[in-house]
Design a protein around this ligand. Sequence first.
Ligand code: PMT
Length: 227
Amino acid sequence: AGTGPLAGLKALVTSGPTHEPIDPVRYIANRSSGKQGHAIAAALARLGAETLLISGPVNLPDPLGVSTKHVETAREMLAACEAALPADIAVCAAAVADWRVDNEAGQKIKKEKGGLPQLSFTENPDILATLSKLNHSRPRLVIGFAAETENVIEHASAKRERKGCDWIVANDVSVDETGGGVMGGEENTIHLIRAEGREDWPRMAKSAAAEKLARAIAQHFSLSDEG
Ligand code: PMT
């Protein structure tokens, strides 16, 4: 068992993108690198939590001190989260694809056939909302992220209410002048939105943001366990 302020607590963290297949060789994805989610899993483990990281496809090593489960699709990520319950803390930092192709081809779609492939889409399950709305096995603290490109605070606050999570970590994922940004980049500027109000954090390395979030979680449990 670990030592530290989160010792005795079990944490679940999702990270990275999901890949949604079009055919056996093609997929739909997004720019998430997993850096933020992986750093959060590592920070929670350093504070003593027994941590399971559920990661979409990324080019990062598995963090030390954390059990890592690799998945590809949103449906696999949800199943891995459900299999990991019960947990005390859930942090959903993954950029889960909102939609998947519902006419996935069993064989590689051939160009020779002429014409263009017609993809049709269906909605993926919402992992954060599913975990937040559980009755008996709901984690005690469910934290979502909100990746927004405009009206960041407003949209993130609405997302917190709609999905039913306790805290939401808002970040602006607009692409900057250099074609980079928070998704895939090294730094993040976070607004932590809770029922009791909002904290605006300065821009910092994702590892530092992860550390600060893990400390806020530890503080939350030390207060709730006292009361
Ligand atoms: O991976 P990096 O390159 O380090 O970048 C980090 C990040 C920008 C991906 C990360 O900080 C972040 O914002 N993650 C959430 C990305 C996202 O998909 O945001 P969203 O606003 O679309 O979703 C809101 C919340 O619902 C998120 O907690 C998301 O994990 C969750 N969700 C969304 C859809 C879905 N089907 N299931 C979910 O659980």
